[in-house]
Every structure is written in C-alpha cells, then in structure tokens.
Design a protein around this ligand. Structure first.
Ligand SMILES: Cc1cc2nc3c(=O)[nH]c(=O)nc-3n(C[C@H](O)[C@H](O)[C@H](O)COP(=O)(O)OP(=O)(O)OC[C@H]3O[C@@H](n4cnc5c(N)ncnc54)[C@H](O)[C@@H]3O)c2cc1C
Length: 329
C-alpha cells in the first residue's frame, strides 16, 4: 500500500475541503471494506485519506409517515435490522441483509455501498491498464467476462455496477443528497449512476470533491422486493438481481417498476410489460421476467444471465405480492 496522510475531520465542510478537484489524490474512507482493498491492490493510491468516521450528521435513520432518511454513514447491518425499513421497504432490508457477510455489513456503510468501485478483475489487477485506468481498451469485452454485463450494447467498458442496494432504492424512487463546494443537491438515485469510460469518471456522477450525505425514500405503501441469484450465499456479489415495486388495488398491480442489478454498467431499469393492471400470478410474473430480459446483448460468456433475469424478476414479483416461495420448499 502506498503511504498516505490520514485525516479525521468532524464536519462535512471540513471533509469536503480536504478533497481534490481531480480523482485519485484524495479518497473518502467510510467502513473501508472496499477502499482498503483498492489501496492494497495499488488500484487506489491516494496521498490523502479522509475518514468519515468522526463527521457529524452522517449517522442515523429518521422515519416518519412520509419518508425515511438514512445517513450515508449508517451501516448495512443497521439498515437490514431497522423496524421502519423492514415494514415499508422489505426489499431494501433483504438486499442490505444479503450483502457479503456479517463483517462487511457491520463495517460497510450506505454511502460506501453506493460509491464502491466495480469488481472487474481486469480493473482490480494492478498490472492491467484497462480503459478505466487510462489504457486503450476494455479487456473484458473480448476476454474473461462471465461476471460482466448482459446489456453490453453501446458500452466501451462492460463492468456491472456492484451495489445491490442501488436497484432497490431506484425501484423505491429514492433520492440521494450530495454535498460539494457548491452546496447541497438532491439527485434522483436513478440519475446518480453512470457508465464510466476512463480514469476521469467513476461509477457515479459525483465530482471528486463531492460526497453523499444521505438517502431519502418516500413512504408510499408500495409493495417491494429484491431477489438475487447468487453462486455463493455469502462473501460474494449476485450474478443477477431484480428489484421490483408496485401499487396494489383490488388484487391488481400498477405502476410496476423493475430494476435489474449486475447486468449492466449502471442499474438497469427494465421494461415492465405483461403485468400492469393484472394480478401477480406465476404466469404474469414469468411474462414480466421475459419482457425484462428483452433487449439484452450479452458478451461471449454472459448469455446465461438472460435466464437468470427472467427467474429473478419472476421471483421478486411473487415475493412482493406475498406469494409462497415455492422455490425454497
Ligand atoms: C466479500 C465481499 C462481498 C460483498 N458482497 C456485496 C454484495 O453482495 N452486494 C453489495 O452491494 N456489496 C457487496 N460488497 C461490497 C460492500 O458492500 C462494500 O464494500 C461496502 O458497502 C462499502 O462500504 P464502506 O463503507 O466500507 O466503503 P469504503 O470502502 O470506505 O468506500 C468505498 C468507496 O466509496 C467512497 N465513499 C464512501 N463513503 C462515501 C460517501 N459518503 N460519499 C462519497 N463517496 C464515499 C470511498 O471513497 C470509496 O471510493 C461485498 C464486499 C466484500 C468484500
């Protein structure tokens, strides 16, 4: 790991003042579950590490009838266990509770989860100079790409966004509060992520001298769920994730949102067809799953994700509708 100077500010303004206008020289440190790995791999080599551990105002979950606000410094384990989140947003509670393992969930924070870097093995290899590190090409495009994008069309870098909280938060219409030198700004989470194409861009729209301070989710009585298809049940990322939300009236569902995780460089808002205005049954949920996978353009090794998308969407819809989890029997 490259030597660095460690800072421990106590306010957001102090933390922001320690950041730089260029990526790479200063990094925010939350739980460190991603940043320290990147430093040990020499992928991140900041000379300043700015701890958020002592910064006031980043903790706490505040819930009322209209919204739930979660501070950027709240640990994933706390999100998974919180009563109001479990009641209103079971999809978020289950996504947070499925991340990594107990150590990761007890150190990892909401802000870090949303801003974590991608898991592409070429990007994470210190010796590979890929597009995101200033190189000329994305090695995954024609190389080993089985954990990469299935919606790869138009992308020069075919990573998948690694956050499993992001798709659920998008399905729930959450907004993220960003603070920077120009003050405070609320951004729809659906517009927060970007597909990076070079070393001057990251997986979010944040500028190098901005930070996430909180996420707010409106309470609208939406049914919601997240379903992940995983190779391993812990210490791994999903292969494919589907997050869904919808309104229910007289047994019919409407305003259906389907957001896919781990299939594209950003969380992928999918077409919700075959289900609106109907009841959630195995047939309608399966039809919605097929529609969600339409338009995918897999890489040489990600064709298998299409079937996983169909299954994940179908199961997420059935869970959100309170149907029996027959696949667990
Ligand atoms: C074995 C393993 C399995 C995992 N499985 C999953 C999984 O299934 N799903 C999933 O979603 N994640 C998974 N993760 C990733 C884990 O969720 C993240 O590492 C964690 O959430 C990052 O949070 P942190 O607080 O430790 O961030 P840090 O490591 O401290 O920071 C991560 C990045 O975010 C930036 N950052 C941190 N806070 C802020 C902020 N407030 N504003 C702006 N930038 C900020 C940092 O500068 C850094 O670049 C896994 C990790 C491991 C090691």
């Amino acid at each position: 790991m490259k030597n660095f100077t460690y800072y421990r500010p106590t306010s957001v303004d102090q933390a922001l003042a320690l950041l730089d206008t260029r990526w790479g020289t200063a990094e925010l440190l939350a739980g460190g579950t991603d940043l320290h790995d990147l430093q040990k791999e020499y992928v991140a080599q900041p000379s300043r590490v700015v701890s958020l551990g002592g910064v006031n105002g980043l903790g706490g979950i505040a819930a009322n009838d209209r919204e739930v606000r979660i501070g950027a410094g709240v640990k994933l384990a706390e999100i998974a266990a919180h009563a109001a989140i479990r009641k209103h947003f079971p999809g978020l509670a289950s996504a947070a509770g499925d991340v990594g393992g107990p150590q990761i969930r007890n150190m990892g924070t909401l802000g870090g989860n949303l801003c974590q870097r991608n898991r592409c093995w070429y990007f994470r290899d210190e010796h590979t100079n890929c597009l995101l590190k200033g190189g000329q090409r994305c090695f995954a495009l024609e190389g080993e790409n089985r954990y990469h994008a299935a919606f790869a069309q138009g992308h020069r870098c075919v990573i998948v966004n690694p956050s499993t909280l992001a798709p659920v938060l998008i399905a729930l219409d959450a907004t993220v509060e960003v603070q920077g030198p120009r003050g405070r700004n609320n951004v729809e989470l659906a517009k927060f992520f970007r597909a990076p194409t070079g070393p001057t861009e990251r997986e979010t729209i944040l500028a190098p001298n901005e930070m996430v301070t909180s996420v707010t989710i409106p309470v609208r009585g939406l049914a919601n769920a997240s379903y992940e298809v995983r190779q391993k049940q812990s210490y791994d990322w999903p292969l494919v994730q589907a997050a869904v939300s919808f309104t229910r009236q007289d047994g019919k569902v409407n305003a259906v949102k389907i957001v896919l995780g781990h299939v594209a460089p950003t969380p992928q808002v999918a077409e919700a067809r075959g289900i609106a205005g109907r009841a959630v049954t195995e047939d309608t949920a399966a039809a919605a799953g097929r529609a969600a996978a339409e338009g995918a353009k897999p890489l040489s090794q990600t064709g298998y994700k299409i079937r996983l998308i169909e299954v994940a969407v179908k199961r997420a819809l059935l869970i959100a509708a309170g149907q029996k989890r027959y696949w667990e029997a």
